[in-house]
Design a protein around this ligand. Structure first.
Ligand code: MN
Length: 359
């Protein structure tokens, strides 16, 4: 059977456990994010704050062999049929919880230096996203510009914000301007910036999974209705891991509000929300059949697939089976767009040679 090759817009790197211990002075390193394995929970400490996460005992066994080794990872990717990967952080996600200005600035800087030295400068297929300070926007701008200079192509931002710091607010404007100037894609990964468990009761596992999805929608409504994407037509945003079929649907919802509630709408936009979405908003999914069906049905084409390597929700070990199932009834145009074309529109990835393609 012919291998289906794909690019993935939602993958991750696994940082070394001592990343911050070895790169920061002790007084900062001891407040940087670190993880401990408890009996029932994984316990995370982030600058004095404690987060308990459900411990997935089977998790370690399911880790792909290349989870922590770039050379082996590339072999994993060849086996799975994945060519390029946009690689978000793992532990680096927790830097968005840091409120202390110096600690936020130094932890993201150390993360970017590590990702540059170990991933970015060693290969062109696995493309790490840079981290920036969420605690201070001037620091975020400075780090974004430094990251662009190092060759990063995208910046990771949390899908959830603190009350009063929602993405429609002016607070973020210098960062949006800097990202547009530098040509960096803003990658909002779902499940970041907020609480991981918001409901304990019947259906909790699925309900909490959904609770990570809604903030991705909120990012889009804030970035569109707040005027950010209209003011910065060169800026492109990606909502990673939250599915994609909802994107054209909320475009219709926002158009309805923009039109029917027109007398209350501030700011006015130069384009309809749905047009802005079609031009500047991208989304990635792993298993959703509807994400494939929605492209020919609605003409929304900014859809990418993601393998979520090396995470539990990902497709490692069954990537080909997943892709064959997803695209069984899709046209060549839809399959090629979702698995390759959309990715190449956002990121520079080496051209795959026929030899490599047959690996
Ligand atoms: Mn992911």
């Amino acid at each position: 059977m012919t291998k289906i090759w794909a690019n993935s817009a939602d993958s991750h790197v696994l940082e070394p456990d001592d990343l911050w211990l070895r790169s920061l002075p002790a007084r900062l390193a001891r407040r940087a994010p670190r993880s401990e394995r408890g009996d029932k929970y994984e316990i995370l400490y982030i600058d004095g704050e404690r987060v308990d996460r459900q411990l997935n005992d089977f998790m370690d066994k399911m880790r792909p062999p290349g989870a922590r080794d770039l050379g082996i990872r590339l072999k994993d990717l060849d086996q799975e049929g994945v060519w390029g990967q946009l690689a978000f952080p793992s532990m680096g996600f927790w830097t968005v919880k840091i409120k202390d200005r110096e600690l936020a600035r130094e932890t993201v800087r150390a993360w970017n230096d590590w990702a540059h030295a170990e991933i970015l400068s060693k290969n062109k297929r696995v493309i790490p996203t840079a981290c920036v300070s969420i605690a201070d926007i001037d620091d975020a701008v400075a780090e974004l510009e430094r990251a662009a200079g190092l060759g990063f192509q995208a910046v990771f931002l949390p899908s959830q914000t603190r009350p009063g710091e929602e993405y429609a607010h002016d607070r973020w404007e210098p960062l949006w301007a800097a990202a547009e100037r530098a040509g960096l894609v803003l990658g909002f990964h779902i499940g970041t910036g907020g609480d991981t468990v918001v409901f304990r009761g019947p259906g909790g596992a699925v309900i909490n999974y959904m609770e990570t999805t809604y903030p991705g929608m909120r990012v889009v409504s804030h970035m569109v209705a707040g005027g950010t994407l209209d003011r910065h037509p060169g800026l492109r945003i990606l909502i990673a891991e939250g599915g994609a079929a909802w994107v054209p649907a909320i475009g219709d919802r926002m158009d309805e509000a923009y039109r029917q509630h027109g007398m209350f709408v501030r700011p006015k936009l130069s384009r309809l929300p749905s047009e802005i979405i079609r031009q500047q908003v991208y989304a990635s999914f792993q298993h959703d059949k509807s994400a494939v069906q929605v492209m020919p049905a609605t003409g929304y084409r900014n859809i990418l697939w993601g393998d979520d390597y090396p995470h539990l929700e990902g497709t490692y070990g069954h990537t080909q089976e997943t892709l064959r199932g997803l695209f069984a009834d899709a046209s060549d145009d839809v399959r090629e767009r979702i698995l390759g074309g959309t990715f190449s529109e956002l990121f520079r990835v080496p051209v795959q040679t026929p030899q490599q393609a047959s690996v």
